[in-house]
Each structure stands twice: as structure tokens, then as C-alpha cells.
Design a protein around this ligand. Sequence first.
Ligand code: FAD
Ligand code: NAP
Length: 534
Amino acid sequence: MTGVRSVDAVVVGAGLSGLYQLHRLRGLGLTTRVLEAADGVGGTWYWNRYPGARCDVESMSYSYSFSPELEQEWTWSEKYATQPEILRYVEHVADRFDLRRDITFGTRVTSAVYDERSRRWQVDTDTGESVDTQYLIMATGCLSVSKAPEIPGADRFAGSIHHTGHWPHEGVDFTGLRVGVIGTGSSGIQSIPIIAAQAADLTVFQRTPNFSMPAGNRPLTDAEVAERKADYRAWRAAQRTSHSGIPRPLATRSALEVSDAERTAAYQAGWERGDLVSIIGAYTDTLLDKASNDLAAEFVRGKIRAAVRDPELAETLSPRSFPYGTKRPCLDSGYYETFNEPHVHLVDLHRTPLAEITERGVRTSDREYAFDTIVFATGFDAMTGALTAVDIRGRGGVSLREKWGEGPRTYLGLAVAGFPNLFTITGPSSPSVLSNMIVSIEQHVDWVTDCIAHLREQGLTEVEATVEAEDEWVAHVEEAGNATLYPTADSWYMGANVPGKPRVFLAYVGGVGVYRERCDAVAADGYAGFRLAR
Ligand code: FAD
Ligand code: NAP
């Protein structure tokens, strides 16, 4: 469709964030248009269809809480649901709340320009459709712009190349093939055992080994589903006030205060529970104190040595260059054991770096490897990539890309000074990727919706973060991050995975409960730190 249409709100993205934002804005009576590059809903769960893709936050917690009816109707089948099941859930939500009629699919937003006189955004797309809107809400995702390995030659490879972050809908059959996988983050670690089970020969190219633990995935029993459903409201309330959106008893002691036997037992219990925070959260200082962290890291390295028969291979798979948990830990199903298979090989890129993709396969500094198929499990331009991919221009024509040239600057991760009536869902400097994201998504969407409701009730037309509030928030986020071990790792949390990206800690470590209190206090104080205009 071409031509300009006028609405109250444009939401960019139809993942978990965009869908809930649409639902809430409809509730306020706003005319809303969602623009989505994909041909369907789901965001992450639409694009990441690689084998083994699942959530790593338990399904019964990684789901919307806004509708008690939805929560009762839907029944998750496994502890950690697969991508197809999560996509079915998101599609069910879209249908149940009749969301699709306000979504334009197959349409990528290319630019958004704020007109100071009309106080409206003009949003342009790659299909020629333009939309004129008062509010612009970027629900574009923290992990939605995939990145390839930074080596030449992908276009000359004679076989097929697939990125985990935009996997073919029809799937990929690896049976009998020679396969190369580049990348050992969560996507690589989830997919490698399954690819290995099909492939004739699998070579994994590892730059940095990661800490992973068995997910302990299994079907949920009727009894546990019933128990959680009976108590869902209380559980949701606990999620909202917790640190990570995953309620658990808080640790009270340092790992350095307890005996070796007690500590090992605590780590072992965490290992057997198989969740992202079970070892990190065993002691108060895992992410604060290197000596404490070393104990957790060594526990996991011991598990790697126990799982991998060849001691040299086990050492190559053992992370030593960053503290445990400062790169997102992974949950797996048989990852380390896969390397005991005779047809699975590991290439340590620290010893022999990648050089290029050739017609036949991959060349490192010492030799060429021939493949039928190559998988890039090389991650994303996280947190800022989807926002700076759009040419967003605020007051005075200033571009967001330029403003963020030395790293993102936001107020609360929700708004940007100089960019009125623009909101970012789980934007940089909010807890976002350090949390169970759906908890953070719902909190942001609710806050944005309440803010817009307030503006309308008061007859206000413009809301904009002040530079002072933004500066104060950026400084607070940096200070909080610097009190932890996170900045010591070359992680995507630090922008370190994308060459040339400024090294800035991209999320807020304060925790979702504390952060929610801060956002609520800002609203209760008449949107302190925002300039509201009539
Ligand atoms: P997304 O799901 O990324 O959706 C953003 C949408 O915006 C996409 O559909 C994209 O196409 C669209 N878009 C972007 N730019 C434009 C544009 N310019 N124009 C039009 N459309 C655009 N988090 C957890 O908490 N627990 C998990 O277990 C978990 N597992 C994950 C597994 C994988 C493989 C990945 C990649 C991420 C995972 N995450 C997980 C994080 C996950 O991204 C969030 O939980 C959540 O799904 C994000 O929803 P969203 O709607 O904010 O963003
Ligand atoms: P990632 O964690 O960034 O991992 C990318 C991998 O590719 C890393 O091993 C990286 O090495 C490697 N790599 C990147 N560029 C390279 C290059 N040029 N040469 C060689 N190696 C290169 O990406 P991801 O695995 O897609 O995961 C991203 C995030 O998405 C996760 O942290 C998580 O938040 C989410 N996710 C969750 C799940 C889940 O379990 N539910 C699954 C997938 C993703 P370096 O470490 O050296 O950079």
C-alpha cells in the first residue's frame, strides 16, 4: 500500500513487545499501526528457527502475564519450550486479541523524522508506505539484527550458508552433509548437538569458549502446571519485584564465606536445577568479586572436564578469558558430550583465526576446511542495532545514530532527549537483556501506555526526556555496571562483538524490581525528568 496515513501511534515490530503495545494502545482508544519487516508475528521466535532453538527462561515464566485468562488457557508442554511452540503461542495471542488487523507485515521502517511544528513523526518504509503519527514506539528488539563473521568470501561459497537468526522456514536437512558451524554462543550451543546428530561430519569454529550447563529440559507434568496455574497471580507479582524477573530466594552469603563442601553442594544443586541464575545466584558476590566468581567458573570447568573425554579438547572448551556469567551463560542439551563423537571436530580460532570463506568452505590461518553447508551462529548487533538501522531524526534534524556515536544515551532506556514522543521498548540502559525479557517488556509497555494516557488526560501533546535527566541516568547505569564484573568481558553486553562499536555496558544491572520502582516514582512525580508540553 502507498500513500500517507495518519494515526495516533506507530509501533515498529510485532514481536512480544509490539503485540502487547498494540493491545494496550487499543485499550486507550488510540488508532495504532504496527509496521513489521517479517511476514508474521513473533519477532525473535519468527526469525530464529534453527534446530534446538528454545527459551532459556522456564516457559511458565517466559509468557505474558497481562491476561489471567490467557495464562489459564495456554498450557506449556516443556520446562523450556521449543521455538515452534513459542511461535504458536505468540500467534495464538495475536488471534485471541485480534491484533493482526492493525499490523502491516513485510514492511521495514527505513526512516522516522520529527516535525517540530506539527509535533508529529513521519515514518517511511521500504514499501513506499508512509505513516504520520503523534507517538512512535520502537519495539524493534534487542537481538533482532544478526551479524555475520567479519570475513570475506561468503558470496563465493558453492554450498549453502544459514544464519541462526534468520533460518529458512522449511528447515535445513543436514543428513549426510559436511557442516561447519561458526560461533559458540547460545545459538551455536543449542544447535550443535542436533546438527551433529544429522551431519556426516561437523566442524565447530570457536573463538571464545562459553560456560554452559545442562538445561535439564523435560515435559512438564500435569501436576506442576496445575500448581503454577493455581498460584499464577502471586508468581507474576513475584516476577515483577524480583531482580531478574525469575523469582528465587536471594543469596545471603559470599561464596568466600562458606566451606568448600558447602559451596560445591550449592553449585551442584544449581547445576542440577539447570537455570540461568542458579549458579550466579547461589552467592551474593558471583558477579561482584573475581575471587568468588573464580570458584563458580572452576566448578563449571570441572563439569566440562568430566563430560569431555579428551583432556586437551576439554581445556579448549573451557572458558578462561572472562568471569562466569559476564557473557550470558548458556543452557544446553548434550553440548559438551557432542565433542566426544568421532565425526565432530573443534577448531580453536585463537590458535588459527578465520581468514575467509572460500568456494569450498572455510579457510583459517593454517588450512582450508571443505563443507556442504556453513552455519553462522555469530550473534547480533545487540541493543542498539535495530534502532540505529533506522534513520531516526529528532529535534533540529539531529540523527539518533550521530547522537549515539559514542554509545547510547537514554533516560531509563525508555526515551531520548531531543526525540520527543519517541519511546523505546527495552531500550539500551534498561534491565532488558539481563532479565526475563517478557517481564521487562510488559513493564515498559505498561509505563509507556500510562504516560500516553496521562498526556491525553492533561491535554498535553509532547513528552521529551531532558538532557539533565538523561545524563544522570547514563551516569547511574555506568556506575552500577562498573561495580560489577560485567565490564571486564568482551561480550555483546559491552558492544564488543561488533567491530568499531563503542565499548559501553548496554544494560542496567539494578534489577527489574528496583528499576520498576524508579520508573513508577518518575511517573508519580509528574514524569520527573521529562518536559511535558501543551
Ligand atoms: P523481537 O522479538 O526481536 O521483535 C522485534 C521485531 O521488530 C522483529 O520482528 C523485527 O522484524 C521487527 N523490526 C525490527 N526493526 C524493524 C524495522 N526497521 N521495521 C520493521 N520491523 C522491524 N529472552 C528471554 O527472556 N528468555 C529467553 O529464553 C530468550 N531466548 C531467546 C532466544 C533467542 C534465539 C534469541 C535471539 C533471543 C532470546 N531472548 C530471550 C530475547 C528475546 O529477543 C526477547 O525475549 C523477546 O522475544 C524480544 O521481543 P521484542 O518484541 O522486544 O523483540
Ligand atoms: P552470541 O552469544 O553473540 O554468540 C556469537 C558467537 O559467534 C560467539 O561465540 C562469538 O565469538 C562468535 N563470533 C562472532 N563473530 C565472530 C567472528 N567474526 N569470528 C569468529 N567467531 C565469531 O550470539 P547468539 O548465540 O546468537 O546469542 C545471542 C543472545 O541471544 C544470547 O546471549 C541470548 O541472550 C539470546 N539467545 C538465547 C537463547 C536461549 O537459550 N534461549 C538462544 C540463542 C540466543 P566471541 O564470543 O568471541 O565473540
